[in-house]
Design a protein around this ligand. Structure first.
Ligand code: ATP
Ligand code: MG
Ligand code: MG
Length: 550
């Protein structure tokens, strides 16, 4: 009974439910609190949460915090916030793998008692040398045949702080000649004198990921333990652990391909380096694709959910174009976001010669021509305006319908104006354009005496807000790819440009975090970190158009 359109994980779940392997689906998202979450994690969160929802099951949020060295509570807090923001609802509080350390310790003892684990005195280099290679089997450690009693005693003494880091490890006793190197007596516990963010100094031994993870899943009754492809070779060990510990309904590990975006730095390790090297201004720098950065940049949970739905869940690695992500934020904001007029960078002043000096008129302007529900606003209009530099040309090319000497255009939401003259500075750059307006042609008046081909936007020179607007390009060079041959990152020197924006004064009614379309210019928001009530700073979320089509 395979429904068309289901992904391979849904098909596995359908089969498991049909066969009665499980009666209820329980999934989890198990982040390591060693950095901020990124867009790839969002895929995992929404996949796991989506499956729990679809099958009326449970979704858990569990910190996989068994590697004390790299973890801290700043990361824990940011991860909880991000998962919440994405709308994934977990059942039963935030969980920590470290809360299961007692059970893991007992599980290790169970393996020792079964003759399936031993304490090894070889050091890290020796263990590596004994492990063998893909083509060569490994060799048994000389300590492999210790008695159960001796192993129990030594393991307890490891716990009781009698050994230094690296002096002894506990290893699973499996098969040193297994074709799967992960099965060649993997280390399951090691001595590490580090303070843990949750358990403090209670432990000086910590379980290894491959041993801890299946136990965490089994304790919580996880049914489908979804992870990414790099764990495929670890599945045999995962199964070995749950089988030998006799869990009644052992969880099942399923691997899928990571989400990669073209020309974007995903991967905690690389993002961390950009933060540490000061290439970006923190984990939430809007040029990054951490969830915190995407939120700050103006992406919405809906846009990320729709984007994820458009990417497939498969076992084949592939990259999704960044433009596809932008498509979904544009799609989400298009009907929702108010549209304002803003002139970005080096505007040209327009003087309406026949408009009374000192007069200000408030024109009715719809907030979003595609969504009447957003209502309208009053747009101040006066004798002096600003327009985009690119909307005026002294000698226009063919098919240029904007302002040029003698041409008439519509000022958006206002009147027709006709260019009568212009002024330039010593360099020949245009400083002022003189126009006349025709009061008959007011927007909304129904005037149809004549037509113009171009409509341009503008702001009133004395009724606008001047503010920095940040324009972003990818952090890494679009053409050359993310990495150089020597492994260094190929940073785009133009990833951030700050221009002076002139925004209609209605912007004062909005607050940090609000997003809008600046007509003809793209989607922008007010930065939540660097803005104050009187001094907004804007981020460009995305441009108006993209190359991506659904
Ligand atoms: P990174 O590779 O960026 O360092 P990680 O896998 O080390 O990430 P974890 O905190 O261990 O980070 O990941 C939590 C979960 O998110 C894991 O199940 C992991 O497989 C999944 N995940 C991480 N990156 C991606 C990605 N790019 N696409 C889909 N899932 C991902
Ligand atoms: Mg990991
Ligand atoms: Mg990692």
């Amino acid at each position: 009974n395979h429904e068309v359109g289901k992904n391979f994980i849904e098909k596995i779940i359908d089969e498991d439910l049909a066969e009665g392997t499980y009666t209820k689906v329980v999934t989890r998202f198990p982040p390591e609190p060693n950095g901020y979450l990124h867009i790839g994690h969002a895929k995992s969160i929404l996949l796991n949460y989506g499956l729990a929802e679809e099958y009326n099951g449970e979704f858990h949020l569990r910190f996989d915090d068994t590697n004390a060295k790299k973890e801290n509570t700043e990361f824990v807090d940011s991860i909880v916030k991000d998962v919440e923001w994405l709308g994934a609802k977990w059942v039963g509080g935030v969980r920590y793998a470290s809360n299961y350390f007692d059970q893991m310790y007992e599980a290790a003892k169970t393996l020792i008692q079964k003759g399936l684990a031993y304490v090894d005195d070889l050091n890290a280099d020796e263990i590596r040398a004994y492990r063998g290679t893909l083509t060569e089997p490994g060799k048994n450690s000389p300590y492999r045949e210790r008695s159960i009693e001796e192993n129990l005693d030594l393991f307890e003494r490891m716990k009781n702080d009698e050994f230094k880091d690296g002096e002894k490890v506990l290893r699973a006793k499996i098969d040193m000649s297994s074709p799967n190197i992960n099965m060649r007596d993997p280390i399951i516990y090691r001595v590490a004198h580090v303070t843990h963010h949750n358990t403090g100094d209670k432990w000086c031994i910590y379980p290894m990921y491959d041993f801890a993870h299946p136990i965490e899943d089994a304790i919580e009754g996880i049914t489908h333990s979804i992870c990414t492809l790099e764990f495929e070779d670890h599945r045999q060990l995962y199964n070995w652990v749950v089988e030998n510990l006799d869990y009644p309904h052992p969880p099942k590990q399923i691997e899928f391909a990571k989400l990669y975006l073209t020309n974007v730095v995903t991967g905690k390790r690389y993002i961390k380096k950009l933060v540490e090297d000061g290439v970006v201004d923190g984990w939430d720098d809007p040029r990054l694709v951490t969830i915190a950065a995407l939120r700050r940049r103006g992406f919405t949970p809906e846009s990320l959910k729709n984007f994820m739905k458009s990417t497939s869940v498969t076992k084949a690695n592939s990259s999704v174009d960044y433009a596809q992500l932008e498509y979904f934020i544009r799609d989400d904001l298009k009907p929702k976001a108010p549209r304002l007029q803003a002139v970005l960078d080096k505007p040209i002043k327009v003087i309406i010669d026949n408009y009374p000096e000192g007069q200000v008129e408030y024109l009715d302007a719809p907030n979003n021509v595609e969504n009447e529900e957003l209502g309208s606003r009053k747009l101040p209009f006066e004798r002096e305006l600003y327009i985009e530099r690119e909307d005026f040309m002294i000698e226009p090319p063919k098919k240029y319908y904007r302002l040029f000497p003698g041409n008439e255009v519509r000022l958006m939401n206002a009147y027709f104006v006709k260019c009568v003259s212009y002024e330039t500075d010593d360099q020949g750059d245009v400083t002022v354009v003189h126009v006349t307006y025709d009061p008959e042609t007011k927007s909304g008046s129904g005037f149809n005496g004549r037509k113009v081909k171009g409509t341009i936007h503008w702001v009133a020179a004395h009724h606008c807000v001047k503010a920095p607007v940040r324009l972003y390009e990818q952090l890494v060079d679009e053409e050359k790819g993310v990495y150089n041959e020597d492994g260094t990152m190929n940073i785009n020197p133009n990833s951030l440009t700050v221009v002076d924006g002139y925004i209609e004064e209605n912007i004062k009614n909005y607050k940090p975090g609000d997003a809008f379309q600046f007509v003809r210019k793209g989607y922008f928001n007010i930065d939540t970190k660097d803005s104050t009530q009187d001094h907004p700073v804007f981020n460009r979320i995305c441009a108006m158009k993209s190359s991506f089509k659904l």
